[in-house]
Design a protein. Sequence first.
Length: 302
Amino acid sequence: MKTDENHQNISIVYIAGYGRSGSTLLDTILGNHPKIFGGGELTNLFGELIDNNKCSCQKNYYECDFWTQVLHNNKQFSSKENQKKAKQTTLQMESLTNFNQNITDYCDLWRELLKSISEISGKKIIVDSSKTNRKTWNRIFLFGKCGFNLKIIHLVRDPRAVMWSVIRGCNKRMEAGARSTKYPGGMTRGILGWIVSNMSVEFMKYAFPSLDILLVKYEDFVVDPQNELKKIGLFLNVNMECLCKYIEFDLPFESGHGVSGNRMRRKTIIRLKKDAEWIDHLPKYLKTLALISYPLMKKYGY
């Protein structure tokens, strides 16, 4: 394993929890801070490169000034062959089913990439909104074992609002202009995924009390973003006054150079707005189904 200690000067702000909970929004807003780089779902970077997808700046990764410099800075990531190897290593190590304890290649890979992102962006704080799911189950544990300075934001959203988001359809299909598609068991998988993802973070809090974890509720963030940003600022030891000014004067947030995420990320300009459509439109039977998550709902104040 490489002994380069530069990675220890980099702080990773990991947004954990279930998808469709506002992680793209939070990641993007934090990324507008002069000391913070909003990386998006960094775990997906190599797959995005292989599939020739676009950065949140709307440009192909190979046309984006930022990512072309990152790739040039790490020629080992430039070829498709190496990207496929990096993707495979990441998926195998982070997956829920992984029991392989040899993490040398994984740590070397992510140390080099995060170091390059920090150098090119000129920022020592990197937000990773890869969240908690079956494909990223071990990511937080692995980052800890790799020696990264890790701060975890546990982002939660009312599971009924998450179910409404699932009803509206797949983000990639909606981004492409397709209509929402219902699929069998979708709501059940959605609510079970919400439970498992958040229980995973709760387990980490219990099993690893030394982890720095801050709970942030999506609803609180959109209702009083300045107060929540100040809480996050205290947690990260970063003055958030500049981001509070954006909100005070209703200034737009730039989408930056994030990886993956929902279709919001591909907007050139982003504004903060409350989304509570589910209250009036979510069917009653789905509100009832959501009650299987009641213990966690109660814990989070829903």
